[in-house]
Design a protein around this ligand. Sequence first.
Ligand SMILES: [Zn+2]
Length: 175
Amino acid sequence: MRYALYYAKVSMMSFEISSETLIEAFENVKEAVRKTEGWSRGGLMLGLQELGGSPDGFVGAYYPVESNIIVLNMTPLRRIMETDHKLLSPYLFAILLHEYLHSLGFMDEAATRQKAHEISSRYLGEYHPSAELSLDMERYQNNLVYPLYGWAPSVPSDIELVKGFDRSSYSSYIA
Ligand SMILES: [Zn+2]
């Protein structure tokens, strides 16, 4: 896969989620994994891409195997901001935790969800929305996809890189 990569400018998004919000969400995820499991890795990049979503399902994010990039789908983020912005930070935690676990070597989908649920329950409490989202995003689907026809780009858009992501790994890089 080849993507055009360029740095995201917040103003390029049609909704207000700052790079800082994304960076802080990821720092929080790394802290949760480090504190509960003692695992960490650095050197990850975050990309943003419009991947769409439909009532049948959606891709919240993906991690190309053995890569160093987590790509977040902007479509559900926009939908959350339009429907219930309070869901943004629980959602970011759940989705970044899931992809971070993939980057740590969890490849099986069910095992990844289970581990994400375990970590978020221990770190945030089992009834925290992030813990529920880690296990089952479908119950929040109304907030994550566009109703009726869904929405998908006819041509996948370029990936925007979030500058300064994975800030904490610069000083102590763990491959
Ligand atoms: Zn996954």
